[in-house]
Design a binder for this molecule. Structure first.
Ligand code: BGC
Length: 378
């Protein structure tokens, strides 16, 4: 009896060791990277042979790209890939050298959210020579035939949502005559998206600007005048300071069209410093995009009027789907083959749907879906 018990014990131990061996990843482990990012090996199963996917993000300084990077890494690893995730501190040369490294390391697909959409032609020539496929992530890569797919949100629609909000809130479509004062901000001039956001909003607002219901006191509407390099909050704050001093000494500004949340942060800071937020100087209607935590707090505090929610989980899921299709040799899912001409080709694209967000629906959009916890927004 004793003997058969000990045989059983040994057998159980042996089985445990064998099973543990099966689940031990053959490759992997996480290694801390340089200050510019981290390189992480896959610890998942190797359904796709643990192929390396390079993910190049523009900067850690803006909340959304951290989420984008994290989501991409998590989902790609879950699908069995190794991931080289790098952030380039908004430095074009650094982004190019990080992509070169990914090529050297043998990446099979590159997923790139560019800093300057026009500056990657050279490094993508190298990628093409190695047969590496390239997906432009969120921002179009321009001036090169070596970009295979593009996944983004419907960027023109983002601007339309912002423009419509202004029209509906001021009841301009119901015959309200105003006039209302307005100023317009543009995104970074090296980011193709900036022109789409601006186009969607300004096409929607144009009839009311033309008829004089909306008055842009500075007269500044051209991208050369309104663009904020690098989407920097500080740049937007400085420009808003100048506008308030030069054109709004005796009159309030009623509307500020901001294409995104980082700019809106700078604009709110400027307005606060100029005494907005009181009964005689209420905050203007102020638009945004991304639902960054700081800006959702602005929505709750009544300092910003709306934002546009672009669920980075959806975008990451679509891009991981594209990567998997490419690796299997099948066609990725595409829903737009007309809009995004990069100067060399129309890049087959998948456009996700942006969603209007304000103080009334942020809980349902952001908390109930697990995007943020209620505590993060306190
Ligand atoms: C993105 C926006 C973001 C901006 C600044 C754009 O390309 O589409 O979501 O706010 O870059 O990072």
């Amino acid at each position: 009896m004793k003997r058969s018990l000990s045989i059983l014990l040994v057998a159980v131990m042996l089985l445990t060791v064998v099973l543990a061996g099966c689940t031990t990843p053959s490759t992997g482990g996480t290694t801390s990277g340089t200050t510019t990012g981290t390189t992480t090996g896959s610890t998942g199963t190797t359904a796709s042979g643990g192929d390396l996917i390079g993910v190049s993000m523009p900067t850690k300084s803006l909340q959304r790209w951290n989420q984008d990077g994290e989501n991409m890494q998590k989902m790609l690893e879950k699908a069995g890939y190794k991931v080289d995730l790098q952030y380039a501190e908004d430095n074009v040369e650094l982004q190019v050298s990080q992509i070169e490294n990914m090529i050297t390391k043998g990446a099979k697909v590159l997923v790139i959210a560019s800093i300057d959409g026009e500056s990657l032609g050279g490094v993508l020539d190298q990628a093409a020579k190695e047969g590496i496929k390239v997906i432009a992530y969120d921002r179009l890569i321009k001036g090169t035939p070596n970009v295979d797919y593009y996944a983004t949100f419907d960027n023109y629609k983002v601007g339309v949502i912002q423009g419509k909000y202004i029209v509906e809130t001021l009841k301009l479509d119901k015959g309200e005559k105003g006039p209302f004062t307005m100023e317009v901000f543009g995104g970074s001039p090296d980011d193709n998206n900036a022109y789409f956001f601006n186009g969607g909003a300004m096409d929607t607002l144009k009839p009311y600007i033309d008829s004089g219901v909306l008055v842009i006191k500075s007269g500044q509407t051209e991208m050369e005048k309104i663009a904020i390099q690098g989407w920097k909050a500080a740049g937007a704050q400085a420009r808003m300071d100048n506008l308030l001093t030069a054109f709004y000494a005796d009159e309030n500004v009623d509307v500020v069209l901001s294409p995104n949340d980082s700019l809106a942060q700078g604009i709110v800071a400027s307005l606060k410093a100029a005494g907005y937020g009181s009964a005689s100087k209420p905050y203007p209607i102020l638009t945004g995009q991304d639902c960054d935590i700081t800006n959702v707090k602005h929505l709750i505090a009544g300092e910003q009027s709306m934002s546009v929610f672009k669920d980075t989980r959806t975008l990451a899921e679509k891009v991981v789907g594209m990567v998997s299709a490419i690796m299997k040799g099948t066609e990725p899912e595409i829903n737009d083959t007309k809009t995004y001409d990069n100067g060399k080709k129309v890049v087959p694209s998948y456009l996700c749907d942006p969603v209007f967000a304000d103080v009334n629906n942020y809980k349902a959009l952001l908390i109930d879906t697990g995007y943020y916890t209620a505590d993060q927004l306190k």
